[in-house]
Design a protein around this ligand. Structure first.
Ligand SMILES: O=C(O)[C@H](O)[C@@H](O)[C@H](O)[C@H](O)COP(=O)(O)O
Length: 241
């Protein structure tokens, strides 16, 4: 694992730096492999990044969009990560509809939806049973509690090692989420983190010893590149690298 930590002066600089890295990784993936597979983070932090990406004319036909997690709501619900990304970016440019791979949230049983999405990933990446795909880019954020994707503290999702996708649980509300092993197979994992409220969790995530079950973002130790991009408010206590 190659870990890079950068603290940017403010949120605008954080978004601009994140944009530069994402654009570079997209271009490199297409140049090397003919396509880019990128999984988006939800929440509020990445929205301006997606809005910036919408201002660039990219090879949309060669870019496939996934999500690292999803709230268990329809795409037109205000909480939907799919809806947020579509509004900020995906529906503003000429992505072929077949290149967008949202997590399903229609089945009454979230476990069925998780299994459906796992099958979609296995088919898209032409995987053998037990094999994990290697996404080019996985974007992540962290919550004030140290969760990432929908891997929340003290939940069963943290223990899942033999699946690509599982059911997350936020205060009893179901989510669909990539598993830690799937995320860790990525070529590049990019955390984009802003705001002082994240500082206590970051201190534990970056500590030499702490409980992964309490701070799930500690589980993210990818084989490839691990980027932590933080604004000054979030990252002021951390050592750059
Ligand atoms: O579905 C989600 O909410 C996200 O995937 C989640 O993991 C998010 O990245 C963090 O909660 C940070 O959210 P903010 O960027 O809004 O602080």
């Amino acid at each position: 694992m190659n870990k890079i930590v950068e603290v940017l002066p403010d949120k605008d600089a954080l978004i601009q730096r994140s944009l530069a890295i994402v654009l570079d990784k997209i271009q490199a993936a297409i140049a090397e492999r003919g396509r880019c597979t990128i999984a988006l983070a939800g929440g509020g932090t990445p929205k301006p990044l997606y809005e910036q990406l919408a201002t660039h004319d990219l090879a949309w036909d060669n870019i496939h969009i996934f999500w690292g997690d999803e709230r268990y709501v329809p795409a037109d619900h205000p909480d939907s990560n799919e809806g947020m990304a579509r509004h900020a970016w995906l529906d503003q440019v000429a992505f072929p509809p077949a290149n967008l791979h949202p997590m399903p949230t229609a089945n009454p049983d979230p476990a069925v939806s998780a299994s459906q999405h796992e099958s979609e990933l296995q088919q898209f990446f032409q995987l053998q049973p037990g094999e994990f795909p290697r996404f080019d880019i996985i974007l992540l954020g962290i919550g004030d509690d140290g969760h990432t994707a929908s891997l929340f503290p003290h939940t069963e999702a943290l223990q899942v090692r033999d699946r690509l996708v599982t059911v997350g649980n936020k205060d009893g509300q179901p989510r669909i989420t990539f598993t830690a092993p799937l995320i860790n197979h990525a070529r590049t994992v990019l955390f984009v983190v802003a705001e002082a409220s994240k500082r206590p969790a970051l201190a534990q995530i970056f500590a030499p010893v702490a409980d992964d079950n309490i701070y799930p973002a500690r589980l993210i130790q990818p084989e490839g590149e691990l980027w932590w991009l933080l604004d000054q408010a979030a990252g002021q206590d951390l050592r750059r690298s």
